[in-house]
Design a protein around this ligand. Structure first.
Ligand code: SF4
Length: 1111
């Protein structure tokens, strides 16, 4: 070739002009080589060679058989003892199970050499044997082994047919290459079933001992039973299917009890050849693998049979969400992903032939979608649409809804039986689909005109169904990233952070739905469960944000690039045209959000985990009727997750100040295919954290009672759980938490370098620290922590403390005491409605202590959204309506209509009627007819929230468990500037565990907790009114109150003024523009300290009045 100059222009030969043909050298070298010898050229080491083999071993396999791999030729008719036949039959099951794990047939089934010698052992083609050894009759091979091999191949054939339906994917999930070996495709399974029966007959008529006959027959019958299961139509007769599966499991149990042993020189061993793939035509290179041990084989077979059981349960549970839970629990419980055969079978059974479960029309999906997601029957939705729109539009809407939902739901449910990577990819597309549906529904309902509030509520709930699916799908994607170990260490805090945000919105979405779902429906119970479950997960993920934050070491611009890449599924351009929904990952928000969170002095990682543990443990014991067969699995999952929280909570820091001393290094993730496990290497503590893997599919079905805890990461408090009080009480609570966690026994010793004086030492424990006082950090802190339970001390290496601060300093609003005393003085001079008609008055009309407490509770329940005067009158009327005494029994005996009539003047009287009835029933059934003594128990009553619970405890039991914060307390404390930044809800005002805002329970002395509600409510009813506070009469109007309004005289009546404010609008555009036409002589102006003057635009020359934030 080198001589052909025509190539010179095209190719540059190796060595260029010096190219030499070395073929002869190689031939000569080969002549000098010994068999199995390796020659290495200069610079090419043995390690290089091993790497080459490791990387491409099957392709580099020359086919050469080493000495130790040489085997005598296999003679299929070599006589065998019954126990040797037993052993071969057992290995046939091992081959089959190995194939179902995703190996090729040539790595598994075809390694059993009898598969390739069926014609050689067919008795019809064999002459009679002249000298037969009675202990090793040939018919053991020609009848027994042959029947078993036929059964094995037919089982493989039937499985192959299901697997090749494209529900699961060849090469990805299973291996379909047959290497030109027959799987008896043309043979009827019934014929093989009869052959297996005949083999059993032969055995029973033989002279072998009974135990040997039984052992062989059991194996043949087990093969026959499995063959029958492959043939079974699970939609036809599920009862019979259960019987068949139970019989198979029974046979398996018997087979396991008779394990044969073969000697090392047994000819039976020759029946297995792991290198058979070298002699078969393979599509792709095949690595030689080992079959599982027999014990493991039986375990695998048992699981395989149990998955058939699960299929039966699935097809007899016509519920979309149950299917999803069942699919997801496989991951959450660290069980193996179902074999591809069962994953394919489930998909076929559900959706073959355009029908659900072989009999339901596709519209069935739509009905279940709404009923199970938002608890509203589809017929009710259609009626609501009908009432709100002309008929033609309704038909159009219905058609669009149904087609879109069916289109999304079928693959969505199916994806639970995809392999994990494929499922993740599918969910990434699903998010967009759910969002598009949400967007479409949102826009559609805008055109309707509901005739009443109930109809409007139903219409508003329609898009929420899609929103819930979108949120749960997003959550799944994030968690699947953990399961599949996709996140680099620096990505984990971001993943947890984003998860926290999604859970936040999800819980809020559920809370919005709960009020419109009838409380006695399974959906209501399930959504409550979901709320609690998601809240616990939110606590865990929030804690993990803190614990993993230190792993971020790269510059933000670099991390953000990874972020964009990892979350490309939320940055698709298609989203731009849709209604924006939260949470969209806001890249720029993450650094600030994290920084703010890490400065939260009240947040305790260990307490957060302990609280999550308590919630999960509680959930594990609560009823789980919805998920039926999977209820024990769900409990197991919850307990397992609770235990993980407990274990991690024991070693997590008690506060963020200690974070610097927390060493993440000993914790490492151990991939386990299905889950992740944290092992603390220097102790025996093992924390299984399968939640990081998957758990959350299953949260679809269930989810959330929330916590009222909010952090800078959590924007929404939940009214369904008060357990947050564990965290809330500021300094005291933190101390309590520390004790709970058993984290610190003798203390935490903090050493600081001499050169770095610690500012915190200037503050005594419990000392008030003005809000504005900067919390100075020490540069380095060495923390010694004694683990009380482990009875050992661990000295954590010095670490840079980025967030260290004073350990026990209470921050308070400046000069709060003077303000408080001033209000007290004012209150002493006035009588407010709450003084004569508050909830504490209701008990005065009762004599029985239980009735006194109950009447207090009823008064509180009626008081929400209602003036004290109206509430007081309603309580009196209700007492009269139920016979003169407001007791639990009296309410239970009263008609709902009588109660409704009595309280019809209060807000939401219909719902309150139901709540009072239900609460009375619950008190009667669970609390001996009395008001319970804890906030948690009180909040378990319908219609009772934290505020009512704390007030009820204070008035009825004289128990001071927390501050009852209502709208008056919320408004006034914000006006006084006691919360920075201002709080948005009463519950946030009371306490939010992770909020950067000061909240009342964090600093107000405990002895004032009981009185502050009464004090401020009366103040708010008489002076600091919601609209038009009487600052002129208020002692604080002299400048002590930042919201004080100045009294300004108007020059004349009837003025027309245009008032414009530009405050608070970054763009500078006018925020408020109000035209006033007043007869009054006085107008007011809000002049907060340091606030810029408002821009004023008079409409006429007489308008000299300034106005402020009139909004
Ligand atoms: S000065 Fe005005 S706003 Fe401030 S507390 Fe008094 S009444 Fe309320």
């Amino acid at each position: 070739m080198a001589e052909y100059s025509g190539f010179d222009d095209w190719f540059e030969m190796p060595g260029g002009e010096d190219f030499v043909d070395v073929t002869d050298v190689l031939v000569a070298g080969a002549r000098d080589m010994e068999s199995e010898e390796v020659l290495l050229m200069d610079g090419f080491t043995l390690m290089d060679a091993m790497s080459a083999f490791e990387i491409g071993e099957p392709r580099l396999d020359s086919g050469m058989i080493l000495e130790e791999q040489r085997r005598p030729p296999f003679d299929p008719l070599t006589p065998l003892l019954p126990e040797e036949v037993c052993w071969i039959l057992d290995r046939s099951f091992a081959c089959e199970m190995e194939w179902h794990t995703g190996k090729t047939l040539s790595q598994s089934v075809f390694t059993l050499l009898f598969v390739h010698h069926l014609p050689d052992i067919n008795p019809e083609y064999l002459p009679p044997e002249e000298f037969e050894d009675p202990t090793r009759p040939r018919w053991l091979i020609t009848v027994v082994i042959r029947a078993a091999i036929l059964g094995l191949l037919k089982c493989c054939d039937l499985a192959w047919r299901e697997l090749s339906k494209n529900r699961v994917h060849d090469v990805e999930d299973w291996q379909g290459e047959k290497c030109d070996v027959s799987l008896l495709e043309g043979v009827n399974a019934e014929v093989i079933s009869r052959i297996l029966d005949m083999a059993c007959d032969w055995l029973r008529q033989s002279q072998f001992p009974e135990t040997q006959v039984a052992a062989l027959c059991d194996r043949l019958l087990l093969r026959k039973a499995i063959l029958q299961l492959y043939r079974y139509n699970f939609l036809n007769d599920t009862a019979q299917a259960r019987v068949e599966i139970a019989a198979s499991l029974g046979l398996l149990h018997r087979v396991r009890g008779s394990q044969p042993e073969v000697s090392p020189g047994s000819p039976a061993l020759l029946a297995m050849d792991p290198y058979i793939a070298r002699r078969l035509p393979n599509f792709m290179p095949i690595r030689v693998t080992e079959l599982p041990s027999q014990d493991k084989t039986w375990d695998m077979l048992q699981v395989f049979l149990e998955y058939w059981q699960e299929v039966v349960h699935l097809v007899t549970s016509p519920s979309l969400l149950t299917w999803e839970v069942a699919g997801a629990l496989r991951f959450a419980l660290r069980r193996s992903v179902p074999p591809p055969f069962h994953r394919s079978l489930v998909q076929s059974l559900f959706f073959d032939n355009n029908a659900v479960l072989g009999s339901h029309q596709l519209g069935w999906l739509v009905e279940h979608f709404y009923e199970e997601t938002i608890g509203i029957p589809y017929t009710t939705i259609l009626k609501a649409i009908e009432r709100s729109t002309p008929q033609p539009e309704m038909a159009s809407m219905r058609d669009v809804i149904e087609r879109r939902i069916i289109k999304i739901m079928i693959p969505h449910v199916r994806s639970n039986w995809f392999n994990p990577p494929r499922r993740r990819r599918h969910l990434m597309k699903d998010v967009l689909q759910w969002h598009q549906l949400y967007d479409m529904l949102l826009k559609d309902i805008e055109h309707y005109q509901p005739p009443d509030e109930r109809t409007a509520q139903i219409l508003r709930a329609i898009p929420q169904a899609a929103q819930l699916r979108r949120l749960s799908t997003s959550r799944e994607i994030i968690l699947s990233g953990f399961q599949q170990e996709l996140y680099a260490p620096e990505e984990k805090p971001i993943a947890y952070w984003y998860l926290t945000r999604i859970l936040d919105v999800h819980i809020g979405c559920i809370e919005d739905l709960l009020p419109i779902i009838p409380t006695d429906t399974p959906t209501f119970c399930e959504l409550l469960f979901q709320a609690e479950h998601l809240s616990a997960l939110q606590m865990i993920s929030t804690t993990l944000v803190a614990l993993t934050a230190a792993s971020i070491t790269s510059p933000w611009h670099r991390i953000s690039l990874n972020f964009l890449r990892r979350y490309k599924w939320v940055f698709k351009t298609e989203f731009d045209a849709l209604v924006p929904v939260k949470p969209e990952p806001d890249l720029l928000a993450f650094p600030d959000s994290l920084k703010q969170f890490l400065l939260d002095e009240l947040y305790s990682p260990s307490a957060s985990l302990q609280l999550a543990r308590d919630i999960l443990s509680h959930l594990a014991e609560s009823p789980h009727d919805w998920v039926g067969h999977w209820a024990p699995d769900r409990r197991e999952y919850l307990r397992s997750l609770a235990e993980a929280c407990n274990n991690l909570g024991r070693i997590a820091p008690a506060s963020l100040r200690e974070l610097a001393g927390f060493n993440l290094a000993p914790l490492k993730w151990i991939p386990d295919h299905r889950s992740s496990v944290i092992v603390l290497s220097n102790t025996t503590t093992t924390i299984s954290f399968q939640f990081l893997g998957t758990l959350l599919n299953f949260a679809n079905l269930s989810s959330s009672t929330g916590m009222k805890r909010k952090s800078s990461l959590v924007s929404r408090p939940s009214p369904y759980h008060t357990a947050v009080t564990l965290f809330e009480a500021g300094e005291g609570a933190v101390e309590t938490v520390v004790r709970r966690s058993k984290r610190l026994k003798t203390g935490l010793t903090t050493e600081t370098p001499v050169s770095e004086p610690v500012e915190t030492e200037k503050h005594a424990v419990g000392e008030d620290l003005p809000l504005n006082t900067p919390v100075k950090s020490s540069k380095k802190i060495t923390t010694t922590i004694k683990l009380e339970e482990a009875e050992e001390s661990t000295t954590v290496a010095p670490a840079t403390a980025a967030i260290a601060g004073p350990s026990k300093v209470r921050r308070t609003p400046p000069r709060w005491r003077e303000t408080y005393d001033a209000i007290k003085r004012m209150r002493s001079r006035i009588v407010a409605p709450v003084d004569t008609m508050g909830c504490d008055q209701a008990q005065l009309k009762e004599t029985d202590p239980k009735s006194q407490r109950f009447s207090t509770l009823v008064s509180l329940m009626l008081s929400s959204q209602t003036k004290d005067e109206v509430t007081d009158a309603a309580v009196a009327k209700l007492r009269e309506a139920v016979g003169g005494s407001l007791s639990v029994d009296a309410i239970l005996q009263a008609d709902e209509s009588a109660i409704s009539e009595a309280i019809c003047k209060v807000g939401f009287w219909r719902r309150k009627t139901q709540y009072i009835k239900q609460a009375a029933q619950k008190l009667h059934d669970e609390f001996d007819g009395d008001v319970p003594k804890t906030a948690d128990e009180l909040c378990s009553l319908p219609g009772v929230g934290p505020k009512m619970a704390f007030l009820a405890l204070q008035v009825a039991w004289k128990i001071n468990a927390g501050i009852g914060v209502d709208v008056h307390v919320h408004r006034i404390t914000n006006r006084l500037g006691w919360h920075k930044p201002p709080t948005k809800t009463p519950e946030e005002t009371r306490v939010v565990v992770m909020s950067p805002s000061l909240n009342l329970q964090s600093w107000l002395p405990v002895e004032l907790h009981a009185e502050i509600n009464h004090l401020l409510v009366g103040f708010g009813q008489t002076i600091c009114l919601p609209v038009g506070p009487k600052c002129g009469e208020c002692e604080l109007g002299d400048g002590s109150c930042p919201s004080a309004r100045k009294v300004v005289k108007a020059s004349s009546s009837k003025k027309r003024t245009k008032v414009t404010s530009t405050r608070g609008t970054p763009s500078g555009r006018p925020k408020i523009e109000v035209e006033l036409e007043e007869d009054t002589k006085l107008l007011v102006q809000v002049v907060p300290p340091n606030a810029p003057e408002l821009e004023e635009t008079p409409l006429d020359e007489n308008a000299g009045v300034k106005a402020g934030d009139l909004s």
